[in-house]
Design a protein around this ligand. Structure first.
Ligand SMILES: Nc1ncnc2c1ncn2[C@@H]1O[C@H](COP(=O)(O)OP(=O)(O)OP(=O)(O)O)[C@@H](O)[C@H]1O
Ligand SMILES: [Mg+2]
Length: 377
């Protein structure tokens, strides 16, 4: 029997019907693109930045005749890799049998590309001839300008953009900034999973990208909206789910998109006609069990004091004041300075995040499953 498609996506975007909300954010990004404004998308990890870009691209390509090019530069290690990715992404957008594809192919020949096929996706991958840094700089400029001069609206999304800080070519930021600001028909969406590095690139007054983009902060999907989405995905497929179970899922995963999606995916895959609170509890236990070895690995990465602090944060769930006397005493965390150092280490290691975009800012454990597990240990 063919396995039923699971409507709760935990990897790549699968179309608007599986995408929850983000209506105003989608509209805002489309407005930015249409105004030619470059934008940087910020959020804590696993909240849905990449998904939102794909959702926006889906709408832009279907409705607005816009050329949308997405590149994820996490695997790149140097400018040469970036250039090849850029060339590959552009090449894959225009099939060589169409007018612009032919033009592009002719244009790209000057860089003496080698074309191979990706083993997994079987998409063509371009590798341009080795070139000096100066020549590479020119190549990037040519590639951007080629598209910009076609009288088309073009939008580039560069995901995991903080990766450019790892390149040995230390002038990458300046170089990209220079090319980007000369384009007329092209806008950019930058995003990345490392918030600290992304803020460094875009919000530090000494850096080339400072004040060059509008900032957009992505927040949690509201509980009521997520609840409605969960309910509709179950009922559309003739499965019942009790409000009590939905409340439990949203609370247990704190509506942190990836964790909520993952939970619902597991529950849905049980293929039950009725999903009540007992089933949701079973899924929670199952998830903690399958992740336990990862939790122990986390523990090995931390000092004893950091682990104790992490557990204390998990127990209070939202920590407003790390140096509050009660918090330190109740959890035997030592001195305020030890806690301060521990908080810095946990933030750097991305075990916790700081949400400052609410009235009462707080710290919270990143991984919601780890948080629930720590509460029991
Ligand atoms: N609005 C949404 N509705 C349903 N699923 C979503 C939504 N947004 C994101 N997802 C799914 O949640 C998961 C995490 O989202 P995504 O990868 O977009 O987060 P991210 O912010 O880019 O994470 P990272 O910071 O690690 O790059 C993905 O599986 C994605 O498909
Ligand atoms: Mg992402």
């Amino acid at each position: 029997m063919k396995k039923e498609f699971n409507p709760f996506i935990t990897s790549l975007y699968e179309g608007p019907e599986h995408f929850c909300d983000r209506k105003s954010e989608t509209q805002q990004l489309i407005d930015y693109v249409e105004n030619g404004t470059n934008v940087t998308l910020f959020s804590i990890r696993r909240l849905g930045k990449t998904g939102l870009i794909q959702h926006v691209f889906n709408q832009l390509t279907e409705e607005k005749d816009t050329i949308c090019i997405y590149i994820d530069i996490l695997p790149t290690q140097k400018l040469e890799d970036f250039t090849n990715q850029l060339a590959t992404a552009i090449y894959n957008i225009f099939p060589p049998n169409k007018r612009l594809g032919k033009k592009l192919l002719a244009f790209i020949q000057q860089f003496r590309p080698t074309i191979s096929f990706d083993e997994l996706s079987s998409n063509p991958t371009l590798s341009l001839a080795k070139a000096s840094p100066i020549q590479q700089n020119k190549t990037i400029n040519y590639l951007f300008n080629f598209l910009d001069s076609q009288n088309l609206k073009v939008v580039f999304a560069i995901d995991e953009f903080q990766q450019i800080l790892e390149y040995p070519e230390k002038n990458t930021e300046a170089l990209l900034r220079t090319h980007i600001q000369q384009l007329k028909n092209t806008s950019f969406i930058f995003c990345g999973s490392n918030q600290k590095m992304m803020h460094e690139i875009f919000n530090s007054s000494k850096r080339p990208f400072f004040a060059s983009c509008s900032n957009m902060q992505l927040d949690f999907i509201p509980t009521t909206v997520y609840s409605e989405f969960i309910n509709s995905k179950f009922t559309e497929r003739k499965k019942a789910i009790t409000p009590e179970s939905i409340d439990f899922i949203c609370e247990w995963t704190k509506c942190h998109t990836f964790y909520t999606q993952f939970f619902c995916n597991v529950l849905f895959s049980k293929n039950l006609k009725h999903n009540d609170i007992k089933d949701a509890h079973e899924v929670a236990i199952h998830i903690l069990k399958i992740n336990e070895s990862i939790f122990y690995q986390y523990r090995n990465l931390l000092s004893e004091a950091q682990w104790r602090l992490l557990r204390a944060i998990a127990k209070v769930e939202k920590l407003h004041q790390p140096n509050a006397k009660d918090f330190i005493q109740n959890h035997s965390l030592g001195t305020p300075s030890l806690v301060t150092r521990g908080m810095d280490a946990l933030l750097t290691k991305e075990m916790i995040f700081h949400n400052s975009s609410v009235e009462k800012p707080y710290y919270e454990v990143y991984d919601k499953f780890l948080m629930r597990w720590l509460q029991q240990h």
